[in-house]
Design a protein around this ligand. Structure first.
Ligand SMILES: Cc1ncc(COP(=O)(O)O)c(C=O)c1O
Length: 394
C-alpha cells in the first residue's frame, strides 16, 4: 500500500536558504525599501554576469517584463504577433495590452516549443509580421537558432520568453539572451524566486534606458513631472530584489536538484509507456518541471470539457486526468500541461498555424501530458512514492 503524504508535496514551491533575509534586512537597515537601492542594482548585475548580457532591468513581474519587451519591439494596434501556442497565457496577454493580434504557432515534439516549420508557414500567410515571441517551455530551450534565423530572414524582432528557463542553455549560451528583448520571471514557483518579480534582459542600452523610464512612470529629465510617454508602475522593489540576491547564490544548486528529480523520474518510468519532456542534444534545460507524455496506445478514454474532465480507466492504460486525481488523493500536486492558447475561449477568433494541415501537436501534448511534483525539497523516498502512484494508474 502506498502511504499518503502527510505534508503536501508541491509541484514547485520556493526553496529559501537564509541569505535572502540578510539582503532584505539590508534594505530595512538602510531604509531603501522602495524601488531604488543596492539590492536592485546588485541583482541586475548578478543577472547580467550570470547570463552574459549587457543590461537587465528589474521589474515587478515576468509579465511586466514581457509587456515592456512588446512595447520596445514596437507592437501597435492591429499588428499580428507570432506567439508560442503551448504556454501560459502571460506569454501572450502583453500583446493584447498593446492592441496586437496574437497568431499562435504550433509546437514540435522534440522540445514541445514553437515549431520552426510552422513559423515559416505563418510568415507565408502573414508576411508583414514584425514580432515573434518564443517561449522555452518548462525550462527547455526551443530551437532558438532556427527560429532566430527565420525571424532575421523576414526582418522580424524576436522576443524570448525565458520566464521558465533561467539557467538553461542552448549551444552553451544562456537562454534569455537570444531575443532582442527577453523576459525572465522570479515568480514563487520558478527556478529561483524573489516572491514575485521579473527582469527585462537586452544588449541594447537605449532599450534598457527606455524600459527603466517607462517602468517608473515615464518621467522625463525635467525639474517637474514632465511626461512624453505613457508610464507604468512596473519597477522592482529593493526588498524583493534582496530575496533575489540571496537566491542567486543557490541557482546552480536549484538546477542540479531539478535535474536529479527529472533523472529519477526517467529511471522510475523506464518500464511504463511514457516519455519525459524531451530536449535537444545541444541544450541543457534547467529542468524546472518534470513532465510525462503517455504513449498514444496507452492512453485511456478521456474527455475534457471547458471546466470538467472525465475518463474511463483501462487495463494497462491511463490518462493525465487519472494520474492528476490519483496524485491529489495522496496529497501531491500535479498540473495539466498548459492548455494551448488556440483552445482558450479568449483566443477563439485568433489564427493558429501548424506545420502540417490538420496535425495539432500542442493539443496532442495537452491531451497526453502531465506535470509531476518537481519540488527540489522532495526526498528520494517521497519521489519513489510518486513513481509508485503513477505506476498504479496503468
Ligand atoms: C512562460 C511564462 N511566461 C510568463 C510568465 C509570467 O511571469 P510572472 O508570473 O512573473 O508575471 C510565466 C509565469 O508565471 C510563464 O510561465
Amino acid at each position: 500500500m502506498i502511504e499518503k503524504f502527510e505534508k503536501k508535496l508541491w509541484l514547485s514551491s520556493p526553496t529559501m536558504h537564509g541569505e535572502e533575509q540578510e539582503f532584505v534586512k539590508l534594505a530595512f537597515d538602510t531604509n531603501w525599501v522602495s524601488t531604488l537601492g543596492e539590492n536592485i542594482n546588485k541583482l541586475e548585475e548578478n543577472i547580467c554576469d550570470y547570463l552574459g548580457c549587457d543590461y537587465a532591468v528589474g521589474l515587478s513581474s515576468g509579465t511586466s517584463s514581457l509587456h515592456l519587451a512588446v512595447k520596445l519591439a514596437g507592437v501597435k494596434p492591429g499588428d499580428t504577433v507570432f506567439c508560442s501556442d503551448l504556454t501560459f497565457s502571460a506569454s501572450v496577454n502583453p500583446v493584447t495590452y498593446e492592441g496586437g493580434i496574437p497568431v499562435f504557432i504550433d509546437s514540435e515534439y522534440e522540445t514541445w516549443n514553437m515549431d520552426p516549420a510552422a513559423l515559416e508557414r505563418a510568415f507565408e500567410k502573414y508576411p508583414d509580421t514584425k514580432v515573434v515571441i518564443v517561449v522555452n517551455l518548462y525550462g527547455t530551450p526551443a530551437k532558438l537558432d532556427e527560429i532566430r534565423s527565420i525571424c532575421d530572414k523576414h526582418g522580424a524582432i524576436m522576443i524570448e520568453d525565458a520566464a521558465e528557463s533561467l539557467g538553461a542553455t542552448y549551444k552553451g549560451v544562456m537562454t534569455g539572451t537570444f531575443g532582442a528583448y527577453n523576459a525572465i520571471s522570479f515568480n514563487g514557483n520558478k527556478i529561483i524566486t524573489c516572491s514575485t518579480g521579473g527582469m527585462l534582459v537586452t544588449n541594447d542600452k537605449a532599450a534598457a534606458d527606455t524600459a527603466r523610464k517607462w517602468s517608473t512612470q515615464s518621467r522625463e529629465k525635467a525639474p517637474w513631472y514632465q511626461h512624453v510617454d505613457t508610464g507604468y508602475n512596473y519597477r522592482m522593489s529593493n526588498i524583493i530584489a534582496g530575496i533575489g540576491r540571496g537566491q542567486m547564490l543557490h541557482i546552480d544548486e536549484h538546477i542540479a536538484g531539478k535535474k536529479r528529480v527529472f533523472e529519477a523520474y526517467k529511471e522510475g518510468f523506464k518500464d511504463l509507456p511514457v516519455t519525459m519532456n524531451p530536449y535537444l542534444d545541444n541544450s541543457e534545460p534547467n529542468f524546472w518541471l518534470s513532465c510525462i507524455l503517455i504513449n498514444k496506445d496507452a492512453l485511456c478514454e478521456q474527455t475534457r470539457g471547458e471546466y470538467k474532465a472525465e475518463f474511463i480507466s483501462g487495463d494497462g492504460k491511463s490518462c493525465p486526468t487519472e494520474i492528476f486525481e490519483q496524485l491529489l488523493k495522496y496529497n501531491a500536486e500535479g498540473r495539466p500541461i498548459w492548455k494551448p492558447m488556440h483552445m482558450q475561449p479568449i483566443f477563439k477568433d485568433n489564427d493558429f498555424i501548424t506545420a502540417v494541415d490538420g496535425v495539432d501537436v500542442s493539443a496532442d501534448i495537452f491531451e497526453r501530458g502531465l506535470c509531476l511534483p518537481s519540488d527540489i525539497k522532495m526526498t528520494e523516498e517521497e519521489q519513489q512514492r510518486v513513481i509508485e502512484i503513477v505506476k498504479s494508474c496503468f
